[in-house]
Unconditional design. Structure first.
Lengths: 175, 299
């Protein structure tokens, strides 16, 4: 159990490094994918019974790595991600789960909504805490930003589902 | 009857207590998180600096690997347009050849070019060479020198072609953050060099330019975020053309003058506004290895 949580810290760290260095060279219209956020959403989404502990744990790790490489004071992303984790938990409760426990449509909706919420809340922090002159604006570039991140998140969604979820259910059947 | 009533009362008290416990749990959790964040922020610069030192070697390797892979992708993607590019280059070459015939005062022309494009900043300013090792989600570059190396906030950052990148916005012990001129809060005063100011066709024109100083157009470059910016506050009567080059004017005293900023590609005029705007292509490219921080420019 603890090995899993330690491994998650390590993966978040690698994703943060990749996001800040490797993927900068693949920016489209100046937009870089937010890998740490994508991984956070994937973990929460695929958590069988998301508890408050797992939500807060993932939020602390993801938020910490998002803030550590930026100029934002430590902790703001943690708070935002805790809110988003709670939001996902509620959305998952509302959406009925039938044959497929992890339908892609749900994931796409959840990702889009939470990515928008995350960007909005982060802009709120930058505007009020860092005294930025410009507030959140939704334009074509922002829409493209969501699409770009959603495409990458979708790829990772199917990889995660194929290897992690199916492996787990196969193991359960064997026992 | 009394027993039932007592039981119901107990049940109510229990559910109220359960709610209270839940609320207390939530409140204590909230307080714990805030205390945790407060403690975290007490030593935030040290923690960030420690992470930078620990991550620097890996981050640097990822950065270089990303550049290599991106260059390979670029060359594959652009191979289709190579034929067209070759034809364009041939045409351009012919144009340049015809211009060379008219260039009698080659030496003087070279001096003018040097004055505009390469101000020889090395003689005027002290430069600190820095490695770029990353860029965060707010499009701020991370460079590998900090307060220990004499880097201070607001120092201008350029590359070896005198292209302006931005200014140092946050300094840690061993690394710094650079806010690019494309940042939403960035405003840079610029002057517009006409396309024809840069390409000089004959000695007569050179002499003419020396005698009559050309009328200069001024404006400001405002960041749009996501590595984009636009030109604003140019007088409506001033002439703007696609291809005009923007250089720093130093009016705001943040950047030295004549640093290259960008090129106009679309002019937007509105008769109801006293100013005109233009879409611009910024010259800087974040896919770089090294940059220079001007360490002695008066701020």
């Amino acid at each position: 159990m603890w090995a899993k949580y330690l491994l998650i810290v390590f993966i978040f760290y690698i994703f943060a490094l990749l996001q800040n260095s490797f993927f900068v060279n693949f920016s489209l219209l100046g937009i870089n994918p937010n890998l740490v956020f994508i991984l956070f959403i994937l973990l929460i989404f695929f958590e069988k019974k998301p508890t408050n502990f797992s939500n807060i744990y993932f939020a602390i790790i993801a938020g910490f790595f998002l803030d550590i490489f930026s100029s934002i004071p430590l902790g703001w992303s943690i708070l935002i991600l805790i809110v988003i984790g709670y939001l996902i938990k509620k959305i998952k409760e509302i959406l009925s789960e039938k044959n497929d426990s992890y339908p892609y449509a749900y994931f796409a909706i959840i990702f889009t909504v939470t990515f928008f919420t995350y960007s909005f809340l982060l802009n709120l922090v930058v505007y009020f805490i860092l005294k930025s002159d410009v507030f959140f604006n939704i334009n074509l570039v922002f829409v493209f930003k969501i699409i770009y991140n959603l495409i990458l998140a979708s790829g990772l969604f199917f990889v995660y589902k194929k290897f992690m979820v199916e492996n787990n259910s196969r193991q359960q059947r064997l026992f | 009857m009394i027993l039932i009533q007592t039981f119901m009362n107990n049940l109510k008290t229990f559910s109220v207590n359960k709610k209270r416990v839940g609320f207390i749990k939530f409140l204590s959790g909230l307080i714990f998180i805030f205390i945790f964040l407060f403690i975290l922020n007490l030593s935030s610069p040290q923690i960030k600096n420690y992470f930078f030192i620990a991550s620097n070697p890996v981050e640097n390797r990822f950065w270089i690997a990303g550049q290599t892979v991106a260059k390979t992708f670029d060359s594959v993607l652009k191979s289709g347009s190579l034929i067209k590019e070759n034809t364009d280059l041939k045409n351009e070459n012919h144009k340049l050849l015809s211009q060379i015939i008219f260039l009698q005062a080659e030496k003087k022309s070279a001096q003018v070019h040097a004055e505009i494009l390469n101000k020889n900043i090395e003689n005027e300013f002290d430069l600190a060479i820095v490695d770029v090792i990353g860029m965060d989600i707010h499009n701020e570059l991370t460079i590998n020198k900090g307060s220990d190396d004499g880097i201070l906030e607001k120092m201008p950052v350029i590359n070896q072609q005198n292209i302006l990148f931005g200014k140092v916005s946050k300094v840690y012990k061993n690394f710094s953050k650079v806010t690019l001129i494309s940042d939403k809060n960035s405003i840079v005063n610029v002057k517009i060099k006409k396309d024809q100011d840069i390409v000089i066709n004959s000695e007569e024109e050179l002499l003419k330019e020396d005698q009559e100083k050309p009328y200069e157009t001024y404006g400001v470059v405002k960041g749009k975020g996501n590595l984009q910016a636009f030109l604003d506050l140019v007088q409506i009567n001033d002439e703007l053309n696609p291809g005009d080059v923007l250089v720093t004017s130093s009016l705001e005293n943040t950047f030295p003058k004549d640093l290259l900023v960008g090129k106009i590609f679309d002019v937007k005029k509105n008769d109801q506004s006293p100013h005109q705007q233009a879409e611009i292509d910024l010259f800087f490219d974040v896919k770089v290895d090294n940059l220079f921080v001007i360490t002695n420019y008066k701020r």
